[in-house]
Design a protein around this ligand. Sequence first.
Ligand code: CA2
Length: 164
Amino acid sequence: MLRILVLHGPNLNLLGTREQSIYGSQSLDSIDSAVIKLAQDLAVEVDIRQSNSEGELVNWIQASGTGYQGIIINPAAYTHTSIAIRDAIAAVGLPTVEVHLSNIHQREPFRHHSHVAGVALGQISGLGPAGYLLALRGLHDHLSAQRKLKKPSPGSRRQKSASR
Ligand code: CA2
């Protein structure tokens, strides 16, 4: 079974309590429940964590190399500051989808640049909580296609040895 690590960065634990005009009214728990439900439908295992600490996020990303096939991450403010998170994602080499609730490209100029985008499979920004669900579907499709490519097609071994 595919295992995907879902990471929420700093202050996302406050979702639904304030700044609702930017981030909406849904709590992080309710976003996580929707992710878990979709994961069950897709037969994917998700491990969902939130941290306000850059080091903790880096440690989790590093450790994901064993046991996980992909990462979904909303690095929150670390998106715009953290070369450490970018380096950890690059080092672990797992396909990673970057999610933002708000459209970072329409907001203050300091939010326009993402250090993570350059090492991500893709970025979803501005679609609210649905962004996490789209990320999960996208990553699931990507990983399933990768698995199919890696699996030898029936008869391919026989063909190879017959041509020698
Ligand atoms: O749009 C996003 O998802 C962000 O990653 C959210 C970050 C922000 O720094 C990024 O530029 C874009 C902020 C998360 C803080 O969330 C709060 C939620 C409720 C109240 C206060 C902060």
